[in-house]
Design a protein around this ligand. Structure first.
Ligand code: SF4
Length: 364
């Protein structure tokens, strides 16, 4: 996705109080009824989550959007690549709206289609075997389409092991976009040696900064991308949590580095983290390595467990945070006025190619 800037909201929004905003959103919701479904990603602030018909991770929400053929408008309170995926999975008659166009994803933006196509052609010039591209769903529709065209598949943090195992059945090597950490953590868990059988591809350097020999030896080629939220977690924070809270269980997201994942007691997707903590015994203590809005919400909803974020300098996902209640209100009001704004539309053939990569994942 090219960085998109959101036009400023009309001036009168500056005079609306939070209470009035809530009242107006509730009024719009009532008037719109089944015409609209609001989806809220787990990392959204509480003032948004309270309006969500469904909350979940990116894929769960996109699948819910795809299953709902009734709503004319899907208002996706998340980031741009999620709205794109929802548009790909919904019918032509439905429109997906991202309330604030500036809500992108720094990780997805680390792999542009131009960079990926350039890297792919460099790679093909030095290897003589089948390379299977795999992309995390946290990527632009253009990258998903590239992967679909080249017989690869998408994956999520829940099914990455299944998709990577499948990729090894299809070819000798795989190239993983755009999150090096999810690719590395999952491949290591599947027995791939991170020192001898993996290389990281830096798109700013010729051959990604690797020698021809290292690329030929590698089974896994990891795009040099990362999540700016999950890259903040460190092994020092985990050591500190263990020293301060004896008996603490440490659980982290696989977008964290390999060292952090190894030092934790468990790692898994957002849904996995929620499930593990929710099903734990009351009285247990959890140090969590994921986005702060989710961690705080879990702490509030499960007051009989001690739940805290491993990072003392808590940092929300700044792009998710751009979905302010004003933008939700503005989007709903525009629909009611018959002039919907911020419709995210993935054009053909990108949509069909990206759907191939998504369908391949869903069929595994
Ligand atoms: S948490 Fe990380 S991967 Fe998720 S939207 Fe924010 S920057 Fe992107």
């Amino acid at each position: 996705m090219a960085i998109t800037l959101q036009d400023p909201l009309p001036d009168h929004f500056a005079d609306i109080s939070p209470e009035e905003t809530d009242r107006l959103i509730a009024k719009c919701r009532e008037e719109l009824g089944d015409r609209v479904v609001i989806l809220g990603h787990h990392y959204q602030r509480d003032e948004i989550i309270k309006w969500a018909d469904h909350r979940g991770d990116s894929l769960k929400l996109s699948q819910l959007a795809g299953a709902n053929t009734k709503a004319e408008y899907i208002v996706f309170c998340g980031v741009h690549f999620m709205a794109e995926t929802a548009d790909i999975l919904t019918t032509k008659e439905q429109s997906v709206i991202l309330p604030n166009l500036s809500a992108g994803c720094s990780m997805a933006d680390m792999a542009s289609i131009r960079q990926v196509e350039h890297a792919w052609s460099q790679l093909q010039s030095v290897v003589d075997c089948n390379v299977v591209p795999v992309t995390y769903v946290n990527s632009t529709a253009a990258i998903k389409a590239f992967v679909g065209r080249n017989n690869g598949a998408c994956c999520t943090s829940s099914n990455a092991a299944r998709v990577i195992s499948w990729a090894f059945e299809q070819g000798e090597k795989l190239m993983f976009f755009p999150d090096q950490h999810l690719g590395r953590n999952t491949s290591v868990a599947l027995g791939v040696d991170p020192d001898r059988e993996m290389v990281t591809w830096d798109p700013a350097l010729p051959l990604g900064g690797n020698s021809t020999e290292a690329i030929r030896q590698a089974k896994v080629i990891l795009w040099k991308g990362h999540c700016s939220v999950h890259a903040r977690f460190t092994t020092e924070q985990i050591a500190e949590a263990r020293a301060t809270h004896p008996g603490v269980k440490v659980i982290v997201h696989p977008e964290c580095s390999l060292d952090v994942v190894k030092a934790a007691d468990a790692s898994g997707s957002t849904e996995f983290i929620i499930q593990a903590i929710s099903s734990s015994e009351p009285g247990t203590t959890w140090g969590v390595g994921t986005e702060i809005n989710l961690v705080n919400r879990l702490a509030r909803e499960l007051p009989d467990r001690k739940i805290f974020c491993l990072d003392p300098v808590v940092c929300p996902c700044s792009t998710m945070y751009r979905i302010h209640p004003y933008y939700l209100l503005w989007s709903l009001q525009n629909i009611l006025m018959g002039a919907p704004t911020n419709i995210i539309m993935v054009q053909e053939p990108t949509a069909s190619d990206a759907r191939r990569a998504l369908d391949r994942m869903l069929s595994l």
